[in-house]
Ligand binder design. Sequence first.
Ligand SMILES: Cc1cc2nc3c(=O)[nH]c(=O)nc-3n(C[C@H](O)[C@H](O)[C@H](O)COP(=O)(O)OP(=O)(O)OC[C@H]3O[C@@H](n4cnc5c(N)ncnc54)[C@H](O)[C@@H]3O)c2cc1C
Length: 694
Amino acid sequence: MSTKNGSGKYGSGGKDQSGLSRRDFFKAGAAAGVGAAALGAPAVVRAQGAVSPTDGITWDYEVDVLVLGGGCMGLPSAIRARDLGNDVMLIDQNFDLGGKMLHSGSQTSLGGGDPLQLRDLAGESDPEGFITVPPLHTAEELTEDPDHLFRDMTDWSIVDNAGQAPYRYNERELHRAWADNCFATRNFLLENYVRYSRISGTHGNGGMTRARRASAFLMLGDKTDIKAGTVTQEDAGIRNTSNSHFAPRVMGDASSVVGPGAVNNGAAMARGLEFSAREKGVKIMLNRHMDEIYREGQFSGRVVGVQASYTPRIPPGSSEPLQSYYQQGNIDETRETIYIRARKAVIVATGGHVGNPQFRSMFYPAMREPAWGPSAAALIGEHAADASGIIAGMRVGANLAGMQQNLSYGATAHVRPRLATRDAYTDMYPGHPTFPFRGSTGFAANANTFEHFIAVNQVGKRFFNDMDLMRGNAAGTQFPGGTNVPVRGTEIVQADWRNSSRDHIRGMYNRYAGLDAALQINEGSQPPDFLPGPLWAIFDEGAVERAELTLTFPWVADNGYFFSADTLEELQSMINTGHKYQRVPMTHLAETVARWNGFVDAGEDADFGRGPDAPMHKIEQPKFYAAAIVIVWHDSYGGLRINGKCQVVDMEGQPIPGLYAGAEASGGGNQHGLGRGVVHAYIAGTNANEEPVS
Ligand SMILES: Cc1cc2nc3c(=O)[nH]c(=O)nc-3n(C[C@H](O)[C@H](O)[C@H](O)COP(=O)(O)OP(=O)(O)OC[C@H]3O[C@@H](n4cnc5c(N)ncnc54)[C@H](O)[C@@H]3O)c2cc1C
């Protein structure tokens, strides 16, 4: 029997930095379609027949509602449960709150006649008078009700420019509840220090026929003060120079959607919610990773609590664990393993599975490749997005939903145009405490920059038209009407067969398959997994001059993602020995460059079709350079199956008493990020309050 005094699942010194191993994963039986009854025995408390898994546990803490994870789902659900009078504790494996939400753009698409749509329809400003720009949409584009929103989110007819259908697979009950709760959720966010801009289009599967998106903003001012709605320029970040602890990414110019002096991104949303949670008395325990959820019986009875381990984050070159930005309400707890009881409910808000190569490779087996990490990896750390909430739910009998929907969101996995950093989805400058985990900001390269590079795989061979590699799905998801925002007016007719007619799809299909080519088995792929390996952009001094590249810190660093050498042979050997995921020599690099130079002389790329329309340049002038090209798995879709109350349901469709989930830990909805998560949070926090006290 586990006890609180045991050494813990991850031994002394915190959780194993490698995260869940493949063996752990399969021990947990977390393969798609495997029933809970077939799952393995992850802890000694399992498979004891009539013995309750909780027998022998001494609970270290006891609260009404326990929230696992403090990001987009966790913070608002904790606040909501607290607002309703509960004793609430929130634990997070990271040293700071906010999760990916803190890193995000804060674009939040709700709708159904939500308070912002009504505000903009009336032509009003916000209560503080910060918004000075007029509404950006017509009345027709802003007018709708929850029925209309629900139909949008389940519209069978919408097919994107990759030929994928984002809405038809959405869970009906869940989206009915989502549409019905958008109004209350937007109000709730506004009441908890999230200030939203004008509505401006929509984004990422937020429904096609109405404008629903707003971003969270603060006003530049003399001090950073959430109550007053201000942030200093230093805290907002200085582009191309520095970030702050407050905002891990430089806050953007929001003058076009708010007015002069406004800046926006996830920091305005996450820090506002965090401030509110702390002010309202939510108990917060950081550096604390939930490992196991306990029910009265293994697959029966109420959920009663969790086991959690200590996961401090110590940056490279330091011996000091990182500290959170705000401290009020933090519980200082450093024991290896503790047990926390929840009298009413446990809310799984642990995010998704993008950081777990075994889990995510259920959807695309080549993505078992460990070289590719989650977006925001440095900020959220090795143990975020490790599917731990989903796996813990499965271990107590939860069903899964929407597992295929990873494949119908364009930006799920894609090749990023930011090179020479492990965190290729975004920039981040020195100044945020997690910068050392990435080491470099990386430099931006678009398809045009790739005119000067060739892209090679782990054996040093080209694998695709280098110019097209950066296009992929990231070029923008075009829906009927030709944009990724609702077309002006309401040109898309809901459920009209023309939206998915063969002629329409033929006309708009524009997906480049560079991602798939990059993930193809190559000569360096070894059994059993046949991993495709890392990718590199190779170029020379001539490219640096022509493309005006700045190859100094913080854009690049000596962190294994960027190398330079006088010869190609030297470059090859540096990559081979210097990178943690580099498993094979780039055997063919010199030969590939010689072949490429021959194509340049001939004026035609016989292998991948680059030609006069895509200028070609020889790679011949020392120094020679290699910059890592990174594939990012951005969001995940698919996870714990939840009903309209955000209760986790079992294989028979029955709610597991006392267990709730939402956002990326849950499945059944293909909507991007925050819009999905905040409404789940509101619903879960509300319903957790209704649970009987046990
Ligand atoms: C750069 C970037 C930009 C984005 N921009 C947008 C945008 O503009 N609009 C949009 O809609 N979406 C955006 N997203 C996506 C959005 O941020 C996420 O989809 C959303 O935050 C997911 O919410 P979540 O609560 O599931 O996960 P998160 O917000 O990541 O929160 C999960 C939390 O759980 C913690 N955790 C994980 N496992 C455990 C565990 N076992 N025990 C304890 N704690 C745990 C993590 O540390 C984290 O704090 C963006 C994401 C990124 C990275």
